[in-house]
Design a protein around this ligand. Structure first.
Ligand SMILES: Cc1cc2nc3c(=O)[nH]c(=O)nc-3n(C[C@H](O)[C@H](O)[C@H](O)COP(=O)(O)OP(=O)(O)OC[C@H]3O[C@@H](n4cnc5c(N)ncnc54)[C@H](O)[C@@H]3O)c2cc1C
Length: 283
């Protein structure tokens, strides 16, 4: 799994499948149900830590669900774009920006897929998926394709309450703006990210959610943990809410570091940090 995660960490999966279409997915759900095998749905692996023993059961890789379509466009400049779950957010943003459509700029630099972004209600200071999402297309566990309107989904900070199943894609309500303005905004946001975050070094982004008051990174930094290292897992010198893999970090190192951060921040700052990343698999 380390080849399928941005952390570059994780033992093997028993099986990874790359379904091509809805029929493949429905068959897969049927087989998994009959054989009582568990499924894990993988996006770009940019928000997960896979344990060193790997993942039992089937990992479903949706990279072949990669189409982007313009669903509608009207004379008032309102447009709806549908993107399949496996589409990279960066590709979607390139597409919308080059069509002069604004709304998704806040995703600049988020290295996830459409499916992962909807599941996580991904966002930055400038917006969240819930602000632009119009509808989610999913396959339920019986293999039926269902559409869920945004109004029927309860979103909160980095979560979306969805029925059990596989996100197939999402449609996004965007509107026309000047292409140059959109591209300039993307450049500014990407530049800001490069300044503040350890881009280019393996990580899974922010490890902890920001607590109700303040920032997780600031709390970790003021607990004196910037640069603290266990094995090859290090609290980033650039942004204390990132744990970076300095070479050969294993999940055990990262989890020890996570526990140490939680304990120290609780003891010194009185704040119980909650994980944003998802830890999956077995030791
Ligand atoms: C350098 C860096 C910067 C980041 N910056 C941000 C940021 O600014 N804001 C932010 O919100 N996040 C950020 N992230 C985290 C991450 O990129 C986002 O959470 C992203 O939306 C995860 O998408 P993914 O495709 O990688 O999902 P994965 O990590 O593959 O999966 C995450 C979860 O979503 C589920 N999932 C994925 N696809 C589907 C699907 N099709 N159907 C059902 N469930 C699915 C998985 O099962 C898993 O539980 C950052 C990560 C990195 C490495």
């Amino acid at each position: 799994m380390k080849n399928h995660t941005s952390f570059k960490i994780g033992g093997p999966a028993d099986i990874m499948v790359f379904p091509q279409d809805l029929q493949d997915l429905a068959n897969l759900l049927h087989i998994a149900d009959e054989e009582k095998v568990s499924l894990f749905i993988l996006g770009k692996g940019s928000n997960i830590l896979v344990k060193d023993g790997g993942v039992r059961g089937i990992v479903v890789n949706l990279q072949r669900f990669d189409k982007i379509m313009i669903e509608s466009e009207d004379e008032n400049g309102e447009a709806v774009i549908f993107a399949e779950a496996g589409v990279n957010l960066s590709r979607l943003l390139n597409f919308t920006a080059s069509h002069g459509l604004t709304g998704l700029e806040f995703t600049a630099g988020i290295p996830g897929s459409v499916g992962g972004a909807v599941f996580m209600n991904a966002g930055s200071f400038d917006g969240e998926i819930k602000d632009v999402l119009k509808q989610v297309r999913m396959m339920d566990l019986k293999g039926n394709v269902i559409e869920i309107d945004r109004e029927d989904i309860k979103f909160s900070y980095r979560t979306a309450k969805l029925p059990k199943g596989i996100i197939l894609g999402g449609s996004f309500a965007l509107h026309k703006n000047n292409s140059k303005k959109i591209k300039d905004k993307i450049t500014t946001l990407t530049g800001r990210r490069k300044e503040k975050q350890p881009i280019g070094v393996p990580s899974a982004g922010s490890v902890f959610k920001n607590p109700a008051a303040g920032f997780a990174g600031a709390l970790i930094e003021s607990a004196g943990l910037k640069g603290y290292r266990i094995g090859d897992a290090e609290v980033s010198e650039k942004h204390a809410n990132f744990i970076v893999n300095k070479g050969r970090a294993i999940a055990k190192d990262v989890i020890s570091l996570i526990n140490l951060i939680k304990e120290k921040v609780k003891k010194e700052k009185g704040v119980a940090l909650k994980l944003e990343i998802k830890i999956i698999g077995r030791d």
